[in-house]
Design a protein around this ligand. Structure first.
Ligand code: JHZ
Length: 404
């Protein structure tokens, strides 16, 4: 395929076989209508972007029925509240500030600004049901996808934005150039575009290949992001590494080029990326090898448990679990159920693998010998919450298959 960023021919890394839409939880009667596609990742040797090959149309999944709700995790609530404090400290000079969030989900970030009139808020969120929670908090929500066209309408009605924020959204959109054009158009000259995405270096180092699913079109390194912004009037001025989602980056983008000290800090990160060969196909060839190795070991382990009547459930019906379950071919024979605290997921079935999703109450009443921690990125929060369950063995699988 041709690279979506620079149009050079990409090199295939590997296929994960037929995969469903990661967040499309189903009712039994819809099993036969389920949509599958072949999930392939590729690397561009010219701009160094890792990306999915063909993906289904985003309107098939980022729609009114989209199930993921950010406020299901208290540590993520803390994360966004802490970031809002950083922004509030910066926003001291003017009387009013206009904050736009692309992909505002249930309002987890914007709700931190609602009690101060100096902030004008706008969330842009195509998942209308999930966005209702934000609307209930009085946040102005536009149920649409952000694009250049949408940016023009917003600018006309509300003016230019001081902050455009996008958490776990920027790597989700294949038409990323329209997003960048829209940001350039909507952003104040001294404004900032700040985004957070899972960091490719962490994915490679921690072997967290289950971050690969239909919603994540791109897997960014700083080297690739520099190439992405090259043809725009936007510049990366700062990068923070974050612990969330197994390792993410928060990238600060401005209309002004970075200062010398900012440039030096970015160069340091690029040096680390080059040391880890993120600009070289060899890193991805090794990644593929490790993924296939874990797959084989995980299948062996789960089949061993199954044969020996050791019962298994899952914790967190994450988007990530969809990749693992369908890649390994697991179903309700091996994994009895997955527990999740999201009302829109409970009583439905997992995409492709058709494992029942159950409440936390059900989980506690039907404890299994082994619990696969599909929400491994929330490990501390979950183990703390469930610390009374002494006989349960938690299984994690990315780098090494381990019982904890
Ligand atoms: P979590 C989603 O991925 C999709 P997922 C998306 N593409 C993305 O980029 C990331 O988020 C940011 C549940 N849970 O955060 C809630 C409990 O049941 O790993 C969630 O369904 N009990 C936008 O789905 C799931 O686990 C708990 O105590 O991989 C966690 O999903 C906790 C803490 C969570 O994201």
């Amino acid at each position: 395929m041709l690279c979506r960023i620079c149009t050079y021919k990409t090199k295939k890394i590997m296929s994960f076989g037929k995969q469903p839409l990661a967040n499309s939880f189903l009712n039994k009667q819809d099993f036969s209508k389920e949509l599958f596609y072949e999930m392939v990742i590729a690397f561009c040797q010219h701009c160094f972007t890792v990306q999915l090959e063909k993906i289904p149309n985003k309107r098939n999944f980022f729609n009114q029925d989209y199930a993921f709700a950010s406020q299901g995790s208290s540590s993520m609530m803390d994360h966004f509240q802490n970031f809002s404090k950083i922004i509030k400290k910066q926003f001291k000079k003017k009387h009013t500030y206009f904050i736009v969030e692309i992909g505002s989900n249930d309002g987890i970030f914007l709700k931190n600004f609602t009690n101060d009139k100096k902030y004008t808020l706008l969330g842009i969120e195509p998942a209308s049901k999930i966005s209702q929670k934000a609307k209930n908090e009085g946040i102005n929500i536009l149920n649409d996808f952000f694009s250049y066209k949408v940016s023009k309408n917003i600018k006309k009605k509300l003016g230019k934005a001081d902050l455009i924020y996008a958490a776990n959204v920027f790597s989700h959109v294949s038409n990323i150039k329209s997003i960048i054009k829209g940001i350039e158009n909507l952003l104040e000259d001294d404004g900032q575009f700040i985004f957070e995405v899972p960091y490719l270096l962490d994915i490679i180092k921690k072997n967290s290949f289950d971050q690969i699913y239909n919603e994540h079109v791109y897997f960014f390194s700083i080297i690739s992001l520099i190439n992405l912004f090259k043809n725009s009037n936007l510049h990366i001025t700062k990068v923070d590494r974050l612990k969330v989602h197994g390792g993410s980056i928060r990238v600060y983008v401005k209309k002004k080029p970075p200062l010398n000290n900012e440039k030096a800090a970015i160069s340091k990160i690029i040096k680390i990326e080059k040391k880890n060969k993120l600009n070289n196909f060899s890193a991805y060839k090794n990644f593929r090898f490790r993924i296939l190795d874990i797959k084989e070991k995980l299948i062996k382990k789960i089949n061993h448990f199954h044969k020996n009547n050791i019962s298994i459930s899952g914790y967190g019906a994450t988007a990530k679990s969809s990749t693992i379950l369908n890649f390994c071919g697991f179903g309700p024979q091996q994994i009895k159920f997955i527990t999740d605290n999201t009302p829109a997921k409970i009583s439905k079935y997992s995409p492709g693998s058709h494992i029942p999703i159950k409440s936390n109450n059900f989980f506690k009443k039907n404890l299994t010998d082994i619990v696969i921690l599909f929400a491994w990125n929330h490990k501390n929060e979950i183990l703390k919450k469930e610390k009374k369950l002494r006989n349960v063995k938690w299984l994690v699988y990315n780098k090494r298959i381990q019982l904890i």
